[in-house]
Design a protein around this ligand. Structure first.
Ligand code: AMP
Length: 611
């Protein structure tokens, strides 16, 4: 198997060109021998885990070949292994899924029963994640040279973590990575030279973390060559924060003193190493931020920025116009594709337009299979999505090297950490090949109807939430005739909007407070990722209900039929995105109400908190 490039050189003998060459050669090797590498990855995973309970239960009997694996092992979703996951979470340390100890759970933004899914991980997975990170800049350097001569201004954050009843830590994958020695004690590398000191990234208070990262980024503005965050939504949140706080930030820069609201001693110490009184810089920033238009604020404040590094594929594509506005259309670069289950791959053509971005899966990361997906009129067949696969369908999964150009597939992974034939829930389209490894456009995440940040709300969750809210209308003899929803990004942060058409039988008018209660009831019923976004990350604004005139949904149907929908098959869409439809709905709004406060949220699963 091709060897991963190792960072064994001491800083003094650091040879960037050599290291870049090694990384690119690694990509060449694993993509050229994609099928062999995959065969070996599977055999390695299965041989080291031959005695784990899960493989034995399914009768794999120590076989490590693809054919027996595919014949014997079922293709599963999270719900299938929830009993095993619960046992591990409750403290069962026997080899249930993996022969290596589960070091922690990574909490996914995908949910099950309203709570984040728990993905098992093992210590060595950190090396695999680090490997993928180490490939990103050598690739980028081919297209934008000289990035080693300055810094990256990245807004990176940790999130709350919890402990399972059995004592394992449960936290998001990036929190785990930033807190690991792989990140904190990374050897000197001009490519991981960030404006944010580690202490500011690792500060658990999101206000202090954001403030101090922006302050350092502003102080070092001339050195910044690239800016970014993980997802587009996070980067826009930073700009919004700047819009609100630039005058205190400038005060700090002018005087060389740090605002007393920054109380974390380690953050203060780290920032004070960078912050020096600089009235000229403060004048400059005040001058730019005080102008009426914020168009192009990124290159105005950070004039040497060459690109914005944020994920804008998938649901994040909704933020492209806002990013273009603030960046004056600097290139938007999506570098990698990863998840809590496993890191998948990277973009070998980082300057491609967002709509053309394709990710090359790195064959050493996991064993990948692909379930062919049929979509009707651009809509994923949701029946196929929900049900378990029958034997014939399980046989239809194809290997990495066998996918066909232009076809769409759902990604299925077998990981070193103990997931076997696990459906990730992402739909990918084959856009081309790098040697013998396919490159995929990210098409969509299955079943997601609303998303602002990392929240992913599906139709069933929305339906249940609406049902719970309707209890508030019962005393008024009012029914919900129809509803739909929309992710409104015209506010920052964005928020969910529900359009309600009511049928009123009672004569008592419904007071605004009742609709506000409905808003809150919906929020309380949504999953914990949504509620965390509202409460802790402040990345989602208060939910809004807009009451529309009677007959609005008939108009919506007329409009859909005029566009070619069949009358017999027409169903009200539970979520809308198409601008003319949103306009039609907005033109018929009679009143609107917002959630009056944040819903409840605590870190960790609610069952753990109650114990
Ligand atoms: P999480 O479950 O929180 O670990 O999030 C992982 C999911 O985020 C993936 O399965 C994708 O649905 C989405 N995701 C990650 N990277 C990308 C990307 N580059 N483009 C689009 N979606 C992505």
């Amino acid at each position: 198997m091709p060897e991963a490039p190792k960072n064994t050189l001491k800083p003094t003998e650091y040879n960037l060109a050599e290291k870049n060459k090694e990384a690119l050669q690694f990509i060449e090797d694993v993509t050229t021998h994609a099928d062999d590498v995959q065969k070996r990855v599977l055999s390695e995973i299965l041989s080291r885990n031959a005695h784990v309970e899960y493989l034995q239960k399914h009768g794999l009997n120590g076989h490590t070949d693809r054919e027996t694996f595919k014949k014997t092992m079922p293709v599963i979703t999270y719900e299938h292994i929830q009993p095993e996951i619960s046992r591990i979470a409750n403290g069962d340390k026997s080899p249930i899924l993996s022969s290596q100890p589960i070091s922690e759970f990574l909490t996914s933004s995908g949910t099950s029963g309203g709570e984040r899914k728990l993905m098992p991980t093992i210590e060595e997975e950190l090396d695999r994640r680090s490997l993928l990170y180490s490939l990103l800049m050598p690739v980028m350097n081919q297209f934008v040279p000289g990035l080693d001569k300055g810094k990256g201004m990245y807004f990176l954050f940790i999130k709350a973590e919890a402990k399972t009843p059995g004592g394992l830590v449960a936290r998001p994958v990036l929190t785990s990575y930033y807190k690991s020695t792989h990140f904190k004690d990374r050897p000197y590398d001009p490519y991981t030279n960030y404006t944010s000191p580690n202490e500011t990234i690792l500060c658990p208070d999101s206000y202090q973390s954001m403030y101090s990262q922006l302050l350092c980024g502003l102080c070092l503005h001339k050195e910044v060559l690239r800016v970014g965050a993980v997802f587009a939504s996070g980067f826009i949140r930073a700009i919004k924060f700047l819009e609100k706080h630039w005058s205190i930030l400038c005060h700090d820069i002018r005087t060389g003193t740090l605002d007393p609201r920054i109380t974390d001693p380690s953050v203060r110490e780290a920032v004070m190493k960078i912050l020096k009184p600089d009235p000229e810089l403060a004048d400059f920033i005040e001058g730019e931020c005080g102008k009426e238009s914020w168009q192009g604020i990124i290159p105005r404040l950070w004039p040497n920025t060459k690109y914005v590094d944020v994920i804008v594929t998938g649901t994040m594509s909704q933020y492209i116009p806002t990013l273009d506005y603030y960046s004056n259309a600097l290139p938007l670069v999506c570098t990698m594709y990863a998840s809590s289950e496993c890191y998948f791959g990277l973009n070998l053509n980082p300057l491609y337009k967002p709509s053309e971005v394709a990710y090359t899966l790195i064959p050493t990361m996991a064993y990948f299979e692909f379930l062919p997906v049929q979509r009707n009129n651009g809509v994923t067949n949701s029946i196929n999505v929900a049900k378990s696969l029958n034997e014939k369908e399980q046989q239809e999964l194809v290997d990495l090297a066998d996918v066909k150009l232009g076809r769409e597939y759902e990604l299925v992974v077998t990981t070193y950490a103990g997931l076997y034939r696990y459906r990730v829930g992402d739909v990918l389209r084959v856009a081309g090949f790098k040697n013998n490894a396919p490159q995929f456009n990210f098409v969509c995440r299955k079943n997601v109807c609303l998303s602002i940040d990392s929240d992913k709300t599906d139709e069933v969750e929305l339906q249940n939430a609406v049902k719970n809210a309707l209890a508030h209308l019962v005393p008024f003899d009012a029914n919900l005739a129809e509803y739909t929803s929309y992710a409104d990004l015209s506010t920052i942060p964005g928020h969910y909007v529900l359009y309600w058409e009511l049928s009123l039988k009672g004569s008592t008018p419904i007071p605004p407070s009742v609709f506000e209660d409905c808003c809150l009831a919906i929020e309380e019923s949504l999953n914990s990722v949504y509620r965390q976004g509202r409460v802790s990350d402040k990345s989602i604004g208060p939910l809004e209900i807009k009451i529309v005139e009677n007959g609005t949904f008939d108009k919506l149907m007329d409009y859909a039929i005029s566009l070619g929908a069949s009358i017999n098959q027409y169903k009200t869409p539970r979520c809308v995105k198409f601008a003319p439809i949103v306009e039609l709905l907005n033109s018929r709004v009679v009143s609107s109400y917002f959630s009056p406060k944040c819903p409840k949220w605590v870190p960790g699963h609610k069952q753990w908190v109650q114990q």
